[in-house]
Write a protein that binds this ligand. Structure first.
Ligand code: ATP
Length: 903
């Protein structure tokens, strides 16, 4: 009988997920955005309702309407003031903006309701017991479900049958097309934001009497709602209704049957993770937009600056700064360390993790438990850092499939789950009493933050500097270039043999270790470690904010960004300026700074200041008659000796009977070809004939329905793109796909460097001096790229970018080179030179070349053999002479007449 009771109770909870998810769907439909601030916006309405009704005596119906109106207005305001100006920014930037809004609103609620962070709310609906299926449950749960079903039916009908639905569909399909039809995407988006936010308000008002009101709902309620909306593909209201209800029921039943603390919170996380992972593809699809994210620094750590600055900081700590400021330093540096982990994961690798503070908490928890068992502090610290690696690997594996926004959802779910299952579990963490860890001691030195704050602050300073040096080494070394290549363009990285999976697993592991180290240092400042409310998901979100404000790809960024954290030097400054305000002010100020930074200085404050300083310095040097960028390239150690190219390993590519299908379209149906060392084979055909698909099939970017790809005897068709590249296949892309965050030199280095996994460890200690190897130097000379080596691709002409793309592929020394329309967009003279270059790659370097090209003159001139495709099928193969005379080729591709083509 109890199972039925829990089922009915679950229906009520599920209904709320449905309402919140419906709002998320509306906003996504109207503006293509997943709004992480959704529940926070709803909560503002719910608090307004509570305040009006219970504190000011306003009639219930009016309070409900006022609450809904506040959220609707907030939603439309957030769209117009924050999201609309960011409409062309990368999805990650837009997502981070919604996180800033979420944190800002949470802080605003804490400030307004400082004395009543958690409030009990009087029921609005009748709660009298109702008998259903022989059991008695509170009537309000069933009423909430009834209201939800009605609302969902109404929304479904409105969006299916009315003009608003049709226009919203048009806007979400194609923003520009909708604008061209005279529909204002802004008005539609604002309307959907307002409506969606109103739904969030209604949901939180309905849930208030059951769960009470607390700003923390903004993070805990968003995950089940996101799980519901994800399953409904952010589109279907009926599926959302079914999923949310089911989720509520399962959670409720699990609470009854499996009394493990926090397990109910884990269920939506598991659902969302499984669905997103099952739906996502292991490699980004062709044509998926590549957005520019915040810039990265060089990772340069100069001993001549770092040593004196560290010494001065130590002197300040020991002699000058008041003791409470020293304690603030001891709080700030561990936080900066956790923010540094965001630099590695998000800044260098482009993976948005909303779980870094959870990793910090896990580290703190393991260290505290080990200390309670008697382990020395040093051992506990090391083991705590290592303990995060298994979970980091799992998150990294998830990141290899669920990209961008999806990964953010998965990691936030993880943070919510870890909090519910570990940090809020009194059996594990000691509840309010916490765990007694005493004073940490290292090499006989007591590091008590309370008794000897200067010692503790100095220790955290040395640890931070050490970790920053290690992360700087990473940025400058081989491993860092791999991470940046993956962040810049995962497809291109895979084509060069760089495994996105390896890079992500590594970045999350290193990030986890740094975060855990920060977590241990942060908590061991107190002799008793308590976990409740210390490692909330909101803290993870704040870490991302602080990283982005400082400069998410910059080593100094965490030092600046962490000033926004409560208890740090930032708090002290605020105290000095404004007395002793509530710490939530700092969070609010941080959120506002982040939004302004995203709008005005998306790269963060450190790069902005660096840029301004550099511009100032340039002006000063110019005053003294020296142009700072006039240094000759040779002086920067660009080029080495003049060795000619050495021949690549000779391998023959055998492609047999390829079949590739995209849904109902058969893009390739049976072509076979062979490319031997020193041979140039042309692949031609009309638009849509299947040429690029053939290259994608051979290099592993699309799955084959049938057929085989062999390099000599080695079967490649079972391997992923990165492993095929490492085996000897190199390819260029029609759309170039250069690493825009890297210089030309770094683009070439990322292609030519050894792919051994050891680089991931050795780089941390010795980044090495990046030197172009003989093959790459030869490629630089061959392609005349010397003058451009220290420029970024975006600074070069299109024709030169094309050359860089080919040089980068060549630098990897592939045995077989697959070129996808290398002559597109360049003039006849450049195409002529390109032809000679391709011939030299085959004749002098010994590469086999498969050339896809629409420039028939070029193909006829350089190729030994040509294969012609039509609708995915091979219609002719032979020498240029034979192809030129082939009646079918002339008819279908070369020009419609049956006379031989003049070339
Ligand atoms: P072009 O010369 O224009 O580059 P192509 O010969 O390279 O054309 P492909 O781009 O390989 O031709 O396309 C072959 C067919 O497969 C086309 O009908 C195309 O629409 C279809 N196609 C390619 N990629 C996809 C995809 N990801 N999903 C669905 N259809 C696809």
């Amino acid at each position: 009988m109890d199972a039925v009771t829990f089922l009915l109770l679950g229906v009520g909870a599920g209904a709320l997920y449905v309402l919140v998810a419906a709002g998320l769907i509306l906003i996504h439909r109207g503006s293509g955005l997943i709004n992480f601030a959704h529940v926070a916006i709803g909560l503002c309405g719910a608090y307004t309702y509570w305040e009006l009704r219970e504190l000011r005596g306003v009639p219930t119906w009016l309070a409900v309407l006022a609450g809904i109106a506040v959220s609707a207005g907030l939603g439309a305001g957030v769209h117009l003031l924050v999201m609309r100006p960011l409409r062309n920014a990368s999805p990650l930037t837009r997502l981070i903006a919604t996180l800033a809004v979420m944190a800002g609103l949470q802080a605003a609620m804490q400030l307004r309701y400082a004395d009543s962070i958690y409030v009990r709310v009087e029921p609005m609906l009748p709660t009298g017991a109702v008998s259903v299926l022989g059991v008695t449950v509170p009537g309000d749960r069933l009423l909430v479900f009834g209201i939800t079903v009605l609302l969902i039916a109404l929304l479904w009908a409105v969006y299916r049958w009315t003009a608003l639905g049709r226009i919203t569909a048009a806007v979400s399909e194609n923003l520009r097309a909708a604008a061209a039809l005279g529909l204002s995407p802004d008005v539609i988006a604002s309307l959907n934001w307002a409506l969606g936010s109103a739904m969030a308000a209604l949901a939180t008002i309905l849930i208030a009497p059951i769960s009470g009101l607390t700003p923390a709902l903004a993070t805990s309620l968003i995950i089940p709602a996101l799980a519901t909306a994800v399953v409904a593909r952010f589109a279907s209201f009926p599926i959302a209704l079914a999923t949310g209800t089911l989720l509520g029921i399962i959670q409720s039943e699990v609470t009854y049957f499996v009394p493990v603390p926090g397990l109910d919170a884990a269920i939506p996380f598991v659902v969302v993770a499984v669905v997103l992972l099952a739906r996502s593809k292991p490699i980004a699809a062709r044509g998926e937009p590549v957005f520019r994210f915040a810039s990265v620094g060089t990772g340069g750590v100069r001993a001549r600056y770092v040593l004196p600055v560290t010494l001065v900081a130590l002197l300040l700590i020991w002699g000058v700064v008041p003791i409470d400021w020293v304690s603030a330093v001891g709080v700030q540096l561990p936080v900066a360390l956790i923010v540094l982990s965001v630099v590695v994961v998000t800044g260098y690798t482009g993976q948005l993790s909303l779980a870094q503070f959870a990793f910090a908490g896990i580290g703190a928890f393991v260290a505290a438990r080990l200390t309670v068992l008697g382990a020395p502090f040093g051992v506990a610290l090391v083991l705590a850092c290592a303990s995060t690696i298994p979970l980091s690997i799992v998150v990294g594996l998830a990141g290899a499939r669920a990209r961008g926004v999806n990964l953010a959802i998965v990691t936030l779910g993880l943070a919510v789950t870890v909090e519910a299952m570990i940090f809020n579990n009194p059996v594990l963490t000691g509840g309010f009493d916490g765990l007694q860890v005493g004073t940490p001691t290292l090499f006989g030195i007591a590091l008590g933050a309370i008794a000897t704050p200067a010692v503790y602050a100095s220790f955290t300073l040395l640890v931070f500097v050490g970790c920053a040096v290690v992360v700087g080494n990473l940025r400058r070394g081989r491993a860092g270039r791999r991470l940046l290549a993956v962040r810049s363009n995962e497809r291109a990285a895979a084509a060069l043999g760089i495994s996105g999976l390896g890079a992500k697993v590594y970045a999350f592991s290193l990030g986890g270790v740094l975060a855990a180290c920060g977590g241990v240092l942060l908590t061991f400042a107190n002799p008793i470690v308590t976990f409740g409310d210390a490692f909330t998901p909101l803290r993870s979100i704040q870490m991302v904010q602080e990283a982005v404000v400082g400069g998410v790809g910059w080593l100094v960024g965490p030092l600046l960004g962490s000033t926004l954290d409560p208890g740090t030097v930032g708090s002290k400054i605020m105290e000095a300026v404004a007395g002793s305000p509530n710490p939530a002010w700092l969070t609010l100020v941080g959120a506002v700074i982040l939004v302004v930074a995203l709008l005005q200085a998306p790269d963060g404050l450190v790069p902005l200041n660096t840029h301004l300083l550099r511009a100032g310095w340039d002006r000063v040097t110019r005053l003294f008659g020296r142009s700072p960028s006039d240094r000759p390239l040779a002086a920067r150690g660009v080029l080495g000796g003049d060795e000619g190219p050495s021949r690549v390993a000779p391998h023959t590519l055998h492609v047999t009977d390829l079949k590739v299908r995209f849904g109902g379209t058969i893009a390739l149906d049976g072509p076979s070809l062979t490319v031997g060392p020193g041979e140039v084979v042309g692949l031609i055909g009309a638009n849509g004939a299947g040429k690029t698909t053939l290259l994608d099939g051979v290099t592993g970017f699309v799955p084959l329905d049938r057929g085989s790809v062999l390099l000599d005897g080695l079967e490649l068709h079972t391997l992923g793109p990165a492993r095929r590249a490492r085996a000897g296949l190199g390819r260029s892309f029609q759309s170039l796909e250069l690493f825009d965050d890297l210089t030309v030199r770094e683009n070439l280095l990322s292609a030519s460097e050894r792919r051994d996994p050891w680089a991931y460890l050795t780089t941390l200690l010795r980044p090495g001096v990046p030197a172009l190897n003989a093959m790459t130097r030869a490629a630089v000379q061959e392609f005349d790229l010397g003058p451009d080596l220290d420029r970024r691709p975006g600074e070069l002409s299109y024709a030169r970018r094309r050359l860089v793309a080919i040089a980068r592929t060549v630098a990897a020394r592939p045995s077989v080179l697959l070129l996808d329309e290398p002559a597109a967009g360049i003039d006849a003279a450049e195409a002529h030179e390109l032809g000679e270059l391709i011939r030299r790659l085959a004749d002098v370097w010994g590469m086999g070349v498969l050339l896809v090209e629409h420039d028939v003159e070029l193909v006829m001139r350089v190729c030994d053999r040509i294969l012609v495709l039509e609708n995915g099928r091979e219609i002719a193969t032979g020498t240029p002479e034979q192809i030129r005379m082939d009646a079918r080729v002339i008819e279908s591709y070369l020009g419609g007449s049956t006379s031989p083509v003049e070339v």
